[in-house]
Design a protein around this ligand. Structure first.
Ligand SMILES: O=P(O)(O)OC[C@H]1O[C@H](OP(=O)(O)OP(=O)(O)O)[C@H](O)[C@@H]1O
Ligand SMILES: NC(=O)CC[C@H](N)C(=O)O
Ligand SMILES: [Mg+2]
Length: 502
């Protein structure tokens, strides 16, 4: 999952975009980038690393201008080379830069069309570079010398016609303004807000509302699926629906794991959705295991805390923080490579022995994906003296790949793939394992906004909303993006970058 942000202001935006990236860091830890625009000139800095490591003071000072876009990356396509860090740039037409959250599912087909029909050059394997070039081509083919806002919206309609998959996007058009849009299923989140400074309106678009809150922007609303928002450099806001085939289907995993709990996505509080996940889990435990002997509920920090707290409360069982998290280690699930993820779980979490000694502990996590965390944590609980170690997951078994912006492309790497719940329990060596039911998860999230008819639950249900994902497609991406293929590609990758990094 990546994080994106854009600001159109009447004052320099460099520091504010940097601050936005630090707030969105949980969505991507691999690379960060900012591009600003000053008198039609673009200033770009992007590199691998955390936001705090990517930008020096001198570089920050050079990011001049009153509008800009920014990105933190967690790769789902291509490789981890800094050449694939975002924002991406194409000079024609008009000077365009793009930051993308999501993943296209028809990248290969689009690449061919870009080379053969549109005669455009691609320099990386990133799907986001493809997306930018599709937009550029659509804009260029209008043949305008002076661009109007309607032209920009027409180009978005062209993107919707050609691109499949998940895309929440911000694009800056040099000297003109900033565009934000969401795919017709609204799979990935995008929200925008306004701030008045000296009586003048300033606008911000971001992946999550928390970025707007922290920077003092009031939320206007979510960008609707298929809709585009364009803010002229002068601060004039325009919005338009750019497709007639809207079918809102937001990613449920945002609520389970990705988003910050203090964000509100599509009018659903992530915090409240997680509380309700805890309620549903408690109800399930009371239903299937009424005579349970749980002494204490212990969350696996960070994300599961909210659900675990509510679950313990409804079970009437003690809630204790039994694992302490090293706050200087990032999220392990979005780290590249299984070795690094395994090592980081142990570095990240340590048990407080007295909370485990002689007790039947119920460990709670938001999800079990590869099983990296649960396997190690259960062993740590046993080493700390637990009598019995039970495990509950606030999400159902993750059995199928995600192709919409979460990097779990290889089914065989998922611990629940082709395994029953009992087999997963055995695999992670728990004494009992309770998974949330999918219907309960959907209800827990949907309660916050019943106008949403369905969610993208593909990693639990194998139902892919874009209709272009079949077994052959899944086999292909499994081959391309399984852990060893990625590691090999990333170690070989020696792309010489197009931009000067210093
Ligand atoms: O089964 P796995 O493959 O281990 O993946 C699932 C785990 O990874 C995530 O934690 P992460 O450390 O990324 O972030 P968090 O601190 O927000 O919980 C998630 O919260 C689970 O704990
Ligand atoms: N997680 C994401 O949103 C990734 C964006 C894009 N597909 C990339 O790999 O850079
Ligand atoms: Mg976790």
């Amino acid at each position: 999952m990546c994080g994106i942000a854009a600001i159109v202001s009447h004052q320099p935006v460099n520091q504010e975009l940097y601050d936005a990236l630090t707030v969105l860091q949980h969505r991507g830890q691999d690379a960060a980038g900012i591009v600003t625009c000053e008198h039609g000139r673009l200033h770009l800095r992007k590199e691998n690393g955390l936001t705090r490591d990517v930008f020096t003071n001198i570089q920050m000072l050079k990011l001049r201008g009153n509008m800009g876009i920014a990105h933190v990356r967690y790769p789902t396509a291509g490789c981890t080379s800094s050449a694939e860090a975002q924002p991406f740039y194409v000079n024609s037409p008009f000077g365009l830069t793009l930051a993308h959250n999501g993943n296209l599912t028809n990248t290969e087909e689009l690449k061919k069309a870009l080379f053969i029909e549109d005669q455009r050059h691609l320099n990386t394997d990133s799907d986001s570079e493809v997306l930018l070039n599709i937009f550029a081509h659509e804009l260029q083919s209008l043949g305008k010398i002076h661009l109007s806002v309607a032209d920009v919206f027409d180009a978005v309609a062209g993107v919707h016609r050609r691109c499949k998959g998940a895309y929440a996007v911000v694009i800056m058009i040099a000297g003109f303004g900033i565009l934000g849009f969401r795919d017709p299923n609204g799979i990935r989140p995008l929200i925008f807000g306004e701030r008045k400074t000296d009586g003048q309106s300033e606008f911000m678009i971001a992946s999550e509302s928390v970025a707007l809150d922290v920077l003092g922007f009031s939320v206007l609303r979510d960008v609707q699926p298929g809709e585009a928002v364009f803010i002229e450099q002068s601060g004039m806001l325009h919005t338009q629906q750019c497709t007639s085939t809207v079918d809102h289907c937001p990613c449920i995993f945002e609520y389970v794991y990705f988003a910050r709990p203090d964000s509100i996505i599509d009018n659903i509080s992530v915090h409240k959705a997680r509380l309700r996940m805890g309620e549903k889990l408690a109800a399930k435990i009371l239903r299937v295991w009424p005579d349970h002997d749980i002494d204490v509920v212990i969350p696996i920090p960070d994300t599961s805390r909210t659900a675990a707290l509510q679950m313990a409360y409804l079970l009437g069982v003690k809630f204790r923080e039994g694992f302490i998290k090293n706050r200087y280690i990032g999220r392990t699930f979005i780290m590249p490579g299984q070795k690094m993820r395994e090592k980081s779980v142990r570095q990240k979490l340590n048990a407080i022995g007295l909370e485990f000694e002689g007790k039947n502990v119920m460990l709670v996590d938001d999800s079990i994906v590869r099983g990296t965390t649960s396997e190690q944590i259960i062993q740590m609980a046993r080493d700390a003296g637990a009598k019995k170690v039970y495990f509950a997951s606030a999400a159902p078994p993750v059995r199928y790949p995600n192709v919409y912006g979460i990097d779990m492309p290889a089914a065989h790497e998922l611990i629940a793939h082709n395994r029953t719940e009992d087999e997963v329990c055995e695999e992670i060596t728990a004494d009992r394992l309770i998974y949330q039911d999918l219907d309960d998860l959907i209800e827990a999230v949907r309660k916050g906004n019943p106008t949403i008819k369905h969610f993208d639950t593909s990693c639990f249900s194998k139902e892919y909303i874009t209709g272009d994902v079949d077994d052959a497609y899944l086999d292909r991406i499994e081959m391309l993006r399984n852990d060893s293929a990625q590691t090999a590609r990333n170690t070989q990758s020696c792309i010489i970058e197009m931009q000067n990094n210093n």
